[in-house]
Design a protein. Structure first.
Length: 144
């Protein structure tokens, strides 16, 4: 899994958003990249997994196609973030929704389920990426 650095959440007026899925390898990584691209000027965005693995190469490739670089991302465990204060926690797969831990502070929870493209064609990754992009562009702004 490699070495990764835990996020430092500061006490600014920026919203702190956590995006969760099971492996933190594909859907949540793409969602983190998209959310940072769309809202990074006003939010701190993080992703994690309930059973982290590695960032999927197809996810990296399809994000690069839309000029969002997630090649430096690493897969993180939600257990490493349980003591961090988040304003919004978004689960992007059904398994993560069921096993989502309790986080500090007052926060809103959202569940936006996306199909897992792992093991499928690169076109399926593009399809899921585009669905995530549309959902985050249309609905996340309303939550901030």
């Amino acid at each position: 899994m490699g070495v990764h650095f835990l996020p430092v959440i500061n006490n600014t007026n920026r919203s702190n958003i956590l995006i969760l899925c099971t492996g933190n390898s594909c859907r949540s990584q793409m969602a983190e990249g998209i959310a940072r691209h769309l809202y990074g000027h006003s939010c701190n965005v993080f992703s994690a997994g309930t059973k982290p693995s590695t960032v999927n190469e197809h996810a990296i490739a399809v994000m690069k196609e839309i000029d969002i670089d997630i090649s430096g991302h690493s897969s993180k465990s939600v257990d490493d973030l349980k003591d961090q204060p988040f304003n919004l926690v978004i689960t992007v797969c059904d398994n993560a929704k069921e096993s989502c831990p309790v986080f500090l502070g007052k926060h809103k929870k959202l569940h936006w389920s996306f199909e897992d493209p792992v093991g499928q064609s690169i076109e399926k990754f593009r399809e899921v990426r585009d669905l995530i992009y549309k959902k985050f562009k249309s609905d996340l702004g309303e939550q901030l």
